[in-house]
Structure formats: structure tokens, C-alpha cells
Write a protein that binds this ligand. Structure first.
Ligand code: CP
Length: 328
């Protein structure tokens, strides 16, 4: 276990995290998986705390995994969405979150369509804020769970080459994966249509540790892992791809293509998948696929983050770190 201590109040993006901080989360995830394997999946660290899940954009994996994570750590959990809340009557984001805080929320987990929304809230509220995905900007808990899944499969990310394939332009997952993998020593190869790459990155401004290879076959040659991204069909009105059929022919992850990677190199996808578009069903459900493991690991990574945020608060108040002892 890393001897770095947790000092962050919020989890907004991993763009300024150190390798040691990332490793602390990944190391803390391991005992959380042990809690999840107990006959009674309960531990007490968040007893007496209230976690509010505020999702104003659709989600299955992130929302449910945060709910399971918080309940496993004995928190009280309240879940609201824009639909059915006073947001429908025009209440602002800030008033909504301040109301949730006044109702006793200690940690607000939020997903929002606008990039930067969690920062806006974090600067104005006392509750700790965890970003569960904001616009195209960041999805830090996905980056951490992908790093954890890859570390389990590969032993370490140091010196590994990870391909991220598809619609990078619209992908907060790709950005957070890069921010998490590169400090751990990985190189990232991005492969997708130039129209679906950030323009500045095409002009030589890609982040450190990242290279672009528009030919997917060449990108996959000898790679240690691939992450297929969801083609964000809801954002393709601008004619960024010639047709779905053409996209699948050139950018679809097929069995033939994944065979170009190292023996046994794993395949990941953050979900939800467009099976038959960016990934063939035989690959999505084949022997290299870690897609279901990502979902399971997502619960443990989110437990680790909730635990660290709560522990950090306790430590700064001079209390002993909450333990993971079993709840009778
Ligand atoms: N990977 C991901 O964020 O999935 P959801 O949109 O289902 O939460």
C-alpha cells in the first residue's frame, strides 16, 4: 500500500494528480474488492454520512456502481435526477446543490452535460464533489477503474502501449484515461477518424505520452491493450463520419484486428456499447474482453474514492481513519 496520504477534498479530474495519488486509489481498491466478496457486503466507514447522487444526464454503470459503493460503506444514499426534480421548474444547478447540501449531503456525486459544472459547484458548496462525468471534459472515476482493470491484467502500466480507438473528440473517457495512464508510465496511441480527434491534437498539441496513428491496424500492431470508445451517435449530426457502415468497416474492432495485438492483450470498453458498430459482438464477449470486469471494478474503485474522501475529512479533523471491519 502506498504511504502517500489523501489530501483532496474533491475528485474533479485527474489532470493534476501525481502517480502516487493514482496509485493510492488503485491500492485502496484492492481491500474494497475483498469487502465486496464477503457474505455480508457491508463495512462501516461512511456510517452517518449522506451521499447524494445527482445525475442530470443518463447513466447506468456509474450511477448504480456509486450507489452500491456508498451503501456497501454504510452511507445513506439519496439519488435525484433532473427529471422529476425542481430543475424541471427552472431551479438552477447551484440552488439545486445548495438545497441538497442543506438536506444533509456530505458528498455530492454529480454527472452533468456541461463541462466544468462540478468545478462550479465545488467552488460554491461545502460538500465534497465527485465528478461522475461532465460534458466532453472528464470522467475521472472511469479513468481510474480502467487503470485498475489494466493493472490487474498486465501487472503494471509502466512501459505498456495502450490503444484508445474511435470517437476521441467527444470522449471524456479518453481524456481521463490519458490523464491516468500516462503518469503510471503507459504510452497511449489514439486511433480514429481525423474528424473525431481534437483539432489541436492533430496539429501536434497532443498531451505528453500520446501519439496519433490514424490507421487502426497499424495502431494495434503489438499493442498491450485496446479501449474501444462508444461512437457518440447523438453528436454526429455535423457529418463527422461518412456513414455508420463506413465507420464500422474502417474503425470497427474485429477479431482479426485484435489478433494484431500481443498474445492475450485485453479489450476494454467503457460502455454503453454500440455492438456491431465500434466493436464486433465476438470481441465484446470474447476471451480477451474485460468489459464486465470493468463494471465490477468500478464499484470497488468508487468505494475507494468515497473512503478516501471521507477518510481525508476525518484525518483533517484529527480523527482516526475509518476501518473496513465487517458489519455484524
Ligand atoms: N461508462 C459510463 O460512464 O457508463 P454510464 O453512462 O452507463 O454510467
Amino acid at each position: 500500500m502506498s504511504d502517500v496520504s489523501w489530501s483532496r477534498r474533491h475528485v474533479l479530474a485527474a489532470d493534476d494528480w501525481t502517480k502516487e495519488e493514482i496509485e493510492l486509489v488503485l491500492d485502496t481498491t484492492q481491500p474494497m474488492l475483498e469487502v465486496l466478496s464477503r457474505p455480508i457486503r457491508r463495512a462501516p466507514p461512511l456510517r452517518g454520512r449522506t451521499v447524494i447522487l445527482y445525475f442530470s444526464e443518463a447513466s447506468t454503470r456509474t450511477r448504480v456502481s456509486f450507489e452500491i459503493a456508498a451503501k456497501t460503506l454504510s452511507a445513506d444514499v439519496v439519488s435525484i435526477s433532473a427529471s422529476g426534480s425542481s430543475v424541471e421548474k427552472g431551479e438552477s444547478l447551484l440552488d439545486t446543490v445548495r438545497t441538497l447540501e442543506a438536506l444533509g449531503g456530505d458528498i455530492v456525486v454529480m454527472r452533468h452535460a456541461s463541462s466544468g459544472a462540478p468545478y462550479f459547484v465545488a467552488q460554491r458548496c461545502n460538500a465534497a464533489v465527485i465528478n461522475a462525468g461532465d460534458g466532453w471534459h472528464a470522467h475521472p472515476t472511469q479513468g481510474l477503474l480502467d487503470a485498475y482493470t489494466l493493472r490487474r491484467a498486465l501487472g503494471s502500466l509502466d512501459g505498456r502501449r495502450i490503444v484508445i480507438a474511435g470517437d476521441v473528440l467527444h470522449s471524456r473517457v479518453a481524456r481521463s484515461d490519458i490523464e491516468t495512464f500516462v503518469p503510471l508510465g503507459a504510452r497511449v496511441t489514439l486511433s480514429g477518424p481525423p474528424t473525431l480527434m481534437p483539432p489541436a491534437w492533430l496539429r501536434g498539441g497532443a498531451p505528453k505520452g500520446v501519439e496519433l496513428e490514424p490507421d487502426l491496424d497499424r495502431a494495434l500492431d503489438g499493442a498491450d491493450a485496446v479501449i474501444a470508445l462508444r461512437l457518440q451517435r447523438e453528436r454526429q449530426d455535423a457529418g463527422l463520419i461518412p456513414s455508420l457502415r463506413e465507420y464500422t468497416r474502417v474503425w470497427g474492432l474485429t477479431e482479426g484486428r485484435v489478433a494484431r495485438m500481443r498474445d492475450g492483450a485485453p479489450v476494454l470498453h467503457p460502455g454503453p456499447m454500440n455492438e456491431g458498430i465500434e466493436i464486433e459482438p465476438a470481441v465484446a464477449h470474447g476471451p480477451r474482453s474485460l468489459i464486465e470486469s470493468q463494471v465490477t471494478n468500478g464499484v470497488a474503485v468508487r468505494m475507494a474514492l468515497l473512503y478516501l474522501v471521507a477518510t481525508g475529512e476525518a484525518a483533517s479533523a484529527g480523527e482516526r481513519a475509518p476501518s473496513l471491519e465487517a458489519v455484524a
